[in-house]
Design a protein around this ligand. Structure first.
Ligand code: GUN
Ligand code: ZN
Length: 483
């Protein structure tokens, strides 16, 4: 299959990559705006000028359109849409999930998608909605897998995507990921997540995406089907999703909604346009509300904001600051916070993907204690070599009579002086000590003590932290300045 994916930078399980589809290459993470040929609020040509390298459109709509069907067959999608980037087509699956039935077969849609010159074609997968019982979900997954295999057998040369279904059942998602991977796909959309996102079920979203990822190879390019609101992109990228497709920019515009990275606002309630895009800097809020072009202007703004978030995420991956961006974005809604906390619970599986060194570690509250860098540091601690009598000093001051003196940097824990300038200890910025970070640092002390039963440990922590240290590290002597 002539789709290839190359990973260039990593952060958490997120990555910057190059997706090569035939002769065309796009950078990831990427946003594929959804283009409806009947109502192009923003034209594909304008999108290309805004930096869009790939878009998605619906083959089902083209197939059913008297206006576009023959033109697409004769001239090809790239000419009809006037776009020379990557064009992905979706099958009728979404219509299937909304209307229950579509009069198109898997073979028909795959044949049609190729005939109109689509760069990435999608089989007629079944998006199993969240309310579905396990047996139905399993049966629908079997149909999806059969259609994927049929697609491969009928069109071995096609740039076929391998959708991962399975409903909300994490075991089915993992199985589906592994089964699609087994078939050799390098491009896999994770499907049927729109209802989860629409109802803010981000915790379950994290569960099903991570389950699918466990079955898939980390080298596979992942498209999160139907994800279009920028407030959740950082979270999704941190899980290892590479592509998004957004109809949200247009759907929200139609409803008079102004997208921001921390939620959407009703344009009618805005007195200001707090955004740096061309639309917002050339209109006042009043002008935008009253403009005869309002829907199109809103769609443009929504698209600018969405694309800017993709750029911000790419920069964060390069810098190694994606956790901080996830933390920031996920505080804009309690249900996103629940998704973020679920993600942190999976730190062990994320840690193996994460990179070794980052530009910095900013402590942003309790959640930071569960980050991959802290977990990795705690796993490394047993390798520190020690003498018999060990002092761990919170403020760096020494005491006589010790063979080894270690510093202390919460939420990581004890560190030898030679690690004081390296990542993460040297590049971490923390505010005044708080309870969560000190307890996390104490877990590091416990891990060190467990690895060195032959040593004796004293913690010089001052009176303020003596109670916490006694509680967390019962085997150590506490020097609290009062003895
Ligand atoms: N668009 C949004 N979700 C889905 C899905 O699960 N499958 C397909 N083919 N398209 C989608
Ligand atoms: Zn704007």
């Amino acid at each position: 299959m002539a789709i290839s994916f190359e990973i260039i930078h990593k952060d958490i399980a997120g990555r910057i990559g190059k997706l090569k589809v035939g002769e065309r290459t796009i950078r990831t993470p990427a946003l594929l705006p959804v283009v409806n040929p009947h109502l192009p609020l923003v034209t594909p040509r304008e999108m290309q000028e805004m930096g869009v390298e790939a878009l998605i459109t619906n083959a089902y709509i083209f197939n059913r359109s008297t206006e576009f069907r023959e033109r697409a067959l004769a001239e090809g999608l790239h000419a009809v849409l006037d776009f020379d980037g990557v064009i992905m087509t979706d099958s009728g699956s979404f219509q299937l999930s909304v209307y229950g039935e579509v009069e198109v077969t898997n073979r028909d849609t795959l044949e049609f998608q190729q005939a109109i010159g689509s760069d990435i074609v999608v089989p007629l997968d079944i998006p199993t909605p969240p309310g579905t019982d396990r047996e139905t979900a399993r049966a629908e997954l079997a149909v999806t897998m059969e259609r994927i295999r049929e697609g491969q057998a009928l069109f071995p040369e096609a740039h076929l995507a391998g959708p991962v279904q399975g409903g909300i059942y994490t075991d089915l998602r993992e199985e589906a990921g592994a089964a699609v991977q087994e078939l050799g796909f390098t491009f896999c959309p994770i499907g049927a997540v729109v209802p989860l996102m629409e109802s803010y079920r981000y915790k379950e979203l994290v569960e099903v995406v991570l389950a699918a990822k466990r079955g898939l190879s980390p080298a596979t390019c992942i498209h999160l089907f139907g994800a279009g609101h920028p407030s959740m992109f950082a979270l999704a990228v941190a899980m290892g999703c590479d592509l998004f497709d957004s109809a949200a920019y247009a759907l929200f515009a139609r409803e008079g909604r102004y997208i921001t990275t921390h939620g959407s606002l009703k344009v009618d309630e805005l007195a200001e346009l707090p955004c740096a895009c061309r639309v917002c800097r050339t209109h006042t809020a009043e002008e935008l509300k009253k403009s005869p072009d309002r829907e199109r202007l809103l769609a443009l703004h929504n698209l600018y904001v969405t694309l800017a978030e993709i750029a911000r995420i790419r920069q964060a991956i390069q810098d190694g600051t994606l956790w901080e961006l996830v933390d920031e974005r996920c505080r804009s809604h309690p249900r996103l916070l629940a998704g973020y906390r679920e993600l942190l619970k999976h730190a062990p599986e994320l840690e193996v993907q994460d990179r070794a060194s980052k530009r910095r570690f900013f402590y942003r509250g309790d959640e930071s204690c569960f980050r991959t860098e802290v977990l990795r540091y705690h796993q490394m601690i047993p390798r520190i070599t020690l003498g018999e009598r060990v002092l761990i000093s919170f403020d760096g001051r020494e005491l006589p009579g010790f063979d080894t003196v270690l510093g202390f940097k919460p939420p990581f824990g004890p560190y030898p002086p030679e690690l004081g300038e390296t990542f993460p200890v040297g590049q971490s910025e923390i505010p005044e000590y708080d309870d969560a970070m000190v307890r996390s640092g104490c877990a590091g002390i416990r891990s060190l003590m467990a690895a060195h039963p032959e040593s004796r440990f004293t913690v010089r922590c001052g009176a303020a932290w003596a109670t916490v240290v006694r509680e967390e590290v019962p085997g150590a002597e506490v020097y609290d300045e009062q003895v």
